[in-house]
Design a binder for this molecule. Structure first.
Ligand code: DUC
Ligand code: ZN
Ligand code: ZN
Length: 488
């Protein structure tokens, strides 16, 4: 009997912290040795000339989720997770969405059912909270956190999802008390409605006007407000899908001031721009997402904020709606832009795009790539006891990247259930050719090697804020408020 079940030899390993040459050995589901001259293994994978990186964790994706207007995403947990795996991911954290009137218990049961029999990669969920009743706040959220769902998303826009400032404070207080992280879709609802109304009234209702209807200031105003509200109770937040430099700057300043704020951006804000929405007929609908695409200058600014660490998280925001009546054109063949389903696919290309344009072109280091692919997300979302690094004792979740593979993006080659990709025709250098999850090869020779349901639910730990001490507002601090303890 050999000492190890699997050994990966000759590759260059990268973690968020370092890049080095070594072999990696796996026993059972875990990484048990890293070094040279390791013992024999049942199976040896030669990774000479390749990069041995942590399996990606896709922490922002919408899979088998009904939108607030009832449209189901094109991907279920099978196609979504298969597509994620082919793109070098071994774990996904999609949303379990509460629509008003639903209990979180029912929502979570539904999503556990959807995922457990289909997902080929490991998974957790972020809850979307749209109805923060007393029960939700004080019973259901604490229970969900106890069960390992330690993050939830709230919306500052969309009539059926929006929470007001007071509700945000309620949610932040619960998150802080129980060790959870609140993700925020930060856009000013009134500005979007006002602009959309004016544009449609004046006959500007083609898809490309979607980009104008979500002004940059709508994002920066909402980010500023979210940070002020969360900062008041000293709760940790993560601003998702940031699309503007102004928004990024507010996050960077808040972090400098000691606020517990994280930032996320997405490939669409780095690789696409609103000019590309100026297409005949309804084709611009393929690029309608919120926040919207911006201009070319903004693409460069978002790259800079990724390079300088303002964004710790880089996610696809995979929200797959096909270009047909099941998705983008759900409201009819020629809907005005406010009725077009919002979102872009990208779960399979998130990492290849960043590897090719970021690492291969010298914009980020391999370690920074590993951090953005997996390490940062694992630490921020409470999975780093198992995921996110090539480290002894962690799950053997590994993607082997071949820098010599060249591909031209073609929707037909992707494994999601979409009929287009916004990245069609882009040239990509480097691809994850072998993907390993908990020691089992799941992608090899361009083929899926496991069946439905090979993924497992990963309970997450509470949010570690050791390095983000922060402070509550003086009005909430018994040392400075006449001794009032509100016991938040
Ligand atoms: N927000 C998201 O996070 N994804 C898709 C659409 C949206 O508004
Ligand atoms: Zn959002
Ligand atoms: Zn999203």
């Amino acid at each position: 009997m050999n000492e190890f079940e699997l050994k990966i030899t000759g590759g260059t390993i990268a973690t968020s912290a370092e890049t080095f040459q070594a072999d990696v050995a796996v026993r059972g589901t875990q990484i048990v040795a890293i070094g040279n001259d390791l013992g024999d293994a049942d199976r040896v994978i030669d990774a000479s000339g390749k990069y041995v990186l942590p399996g990606g964790i896709e922490a922002h994706c919408h899979i088998e989720q009904e939108s607030s207007s009832g449209i189901m995403t094109a991907d279920d947990y099978y196609s979504g997770s298969v597509s994620a795996a082919f793109g070098g991911n071994t774990c996904i954290v999609p949303f379990a969405a509460q629509h008003r009137g639903q209990t979180l218990k029912d929502v979570l049961e539904t999503y556990h059912d959807r995922a457990s029999s289909k997902s080929v990669v490991d998974y957790s969920f972020h809850l979307i909270v749209s109805d923060p009743t007393e029960d939700v706040l004080h019973k259901e959220l604490p229970k969900a956190i106890e069960d390992g769902i330690t993050s939830f998303k709230i919306y500052m826009t969309y009539d059926r999802l929006i929470v007001d400032d007071e509700q945000m404070l309620d949610i932040f207080a619960v998150a802080k008390r129980h060790g959870a992280l609140t993700m925020i879709h930060a856009e000013n609802n009134a500005m979007i409605k006002w602009m959309s109304g004016k544009l449609v009234e004046t006959g500007h209702d083609a898809p490309k006007y979607h980009a104008l209807s979500h002004p940059r200031t709508a994002e920066s105003e909402a980010i500023n407000r979210a940070i002020a509200l969360a900062g008041f109770v000293d709760a940790p937040i993560l601003i998702v899908h940031v699309s503007t430099e102004a928004g990024a700057r507010i996050i960077a300043e808040a972090r400098y001031d000691g606020r517990k704020v994280f930032g996320e951006t997405c490939p669409q804000y780095m690789f696409l721009n609103a000019e590309q929405m100026d297409l005949p007929g309804m084709h611009g609908a393929k690029l309608c997402c919120s926040p919207p695409l911006r201009d070319r200058a903004s693409q460069e600014e978002i790259w800079r904020c990724l390079q300088n660490g303002t964004f710790q998280v880089y996610s696809s925001d995979h929200a797959p709606y096909r270009f047909d009546e099941t998705g983008k054109l759900n409201a009819g063949p020629t809907p005005a832009f406010p009725k077009i389903a919002n979102g872009l696919p990208g779960i399979e290309l998130r990492l290849p795009l960043l590897f090719s344009e970021g690492f291969m072109k010298g914009r980020i280091t391999l370690s920074h790539f590993a951090a953005l692919a997996a390490g940062n997300v694992a630490a921020i979302y409470g999975m780093d006891h198992r995921k996110g690094s090539i480290t002894l004792g962690r799950d053997a979740d590994i993607a082997i990247w071949d820098p010599d593979v060249q591909r031209v993006v073609n929707a037909e080659d992707l494994h999601d259930n979409m009929d287009y990709t916004p990245y069609e025709g882009m040239k990509i250098t480097g691809w994850p050719t072998t993907v390993i999850q908990r020691g089992q090869v799941i992608i090899e020779d361009n083929e899926l090697q496991v069946g439905r349901g090979a993924g497992e639910f990963v309970p997450r730990h509470t949010i570690d804020l050791t390095a983000m001490p922060g402070r509550v507002a003086p009005e909430l601090d018994p040392a400075r408020n006449f001794g009032v303890d509100l016991d938040l």
